[in-house]
Write a new protein. Structure first.
Length: 290
């Protein structure tokens, strides 16, 4: 039987709608809107598109959007001064500095300058530490979105075998922490893992976040497994096409014949990230107001 396709686009739209209604209630109660500040340094075209989408989604969810677009040659001192102002601005509940930053800026130092209680990306070491020890904080949006889709489909994850492929600070590590927190048995696999197909074959839950096109094959999967594909890879263009196709880290056509459920690329995990960002911003607003 072909796998159920997990519709991330619909899931994200429903989350954005819920957050929008709760944000309107927040405004009525607090007398101000929840606010998200997004900082973009430079002219990276993909980042410009992301920042534009974040701004639109923020306004559509009844929140205030503060966009700061700075030139590529902005100095570290100028960027840190802006972050300091946003940290102290009571209208700003969440701060997101779009990555990657231009090479002359130290990403870790910039993230460290954000007030951890406004760090809606969940990238600050304080929030990584809170997640590791199970304290409330902010969890990175993409793995939190994956977790929402997993619990929606599977309910209680206790005792399930999960494999997370990829150990980035933004997706793989927090994903493993979330699954562990939900009592799954978690294997973290990465480029040095000796027998990846074997690790994947044991898993009821597969989260692929490596950035390698169609790396996870259908015959690696346990029948009925739930597969979350975080990868977004563009293939080389086919003859006559201007752009190559977008594919995930999982060989979708093979995988859907074996899996119980799978997220497509595009339209799976991708749309969840902004929806969770709005959710995190609303949580920040409640914490900052209360
Ligand atoms: N660049 C690509 N994705 C993200 C994200 O989720 N947050 C930030 N800050 N930058 C990104």
């Amino acid at each position: 039987m072909a796998a159920e396709i997990i519709d991330g686009k619909a899931f994200a739209a429903s989350l954005r709608e819920k957050v929008g209604a709760l944000a309107a209630a927040f405004e009525a109660q607090a007398g101000r809107k929840a606010g998200l500040a997004v900082v973009l340094v430079g002219e990276d075209p993909a980042s410009q598109v992301y920042v534009g989408s974040k701004g639109k989604a923020t306004l559509a969810a009844n929140m205030a959007s503060f966009e700061h677009r700075l030139p590529a040659e902005t100095s570290a001192a100028e960027l840190l001064a802006l972050i300091d102002r946003l940290n102290r601005d009571p209208a700003v509940d969440g701060i997101l500095v779009q990555l990657p930053l231009p090479d002359h800026l130290d990403e870790q130092a910039v993230i460290a300058a954000i007030d951890p209680n406004k760090d809606v990306d969940g990238f600050h070491v304080i929030n990584a530490g809170r997640l590791a020890v199970g304290q409330p904080g902010f969890v990175p949006c993409t793995p939190l979105g994956c977790m929402m889709m997993l619990t929606d489909r599977l309910g209680d994850l206790s005792g399930l075998e999960a494999v997370v492929i990829g150990r980035s600070n933004i997706v793989g590590k927090p994903m493993a922490q979330l699954l562990l927190g939900a009592n799954a048995t978690v294997t973290m696999a990465h480029s040095r893992t000796k027998d990846l197909p074997d690790a994947v074959r044991r898993a009821d839950i597969v989260v692929a976040a490596v950035g390698r096109a169609e790396m996870v094959k259908g015959d690696w999967l346990k029948p009925g497994a739930t597969v979350i594909d975080v990868g977004i890879n563009r293939l080389a263009p086919e003859l006559g096409a201007a752009k190559g196709r977008l594919v995930g880290d999982v060989a979708f056509d093979e995988a859907r014949e074996v899996a119980g459920a799978i997220t497509p690329v595009p339209g799976g995990v991708g749309p969840m990230t902004i929806a969770v960002l709005l959710r995190n911003t609303l949580v920040a607003a409640h914490r900052n107001a209360g």
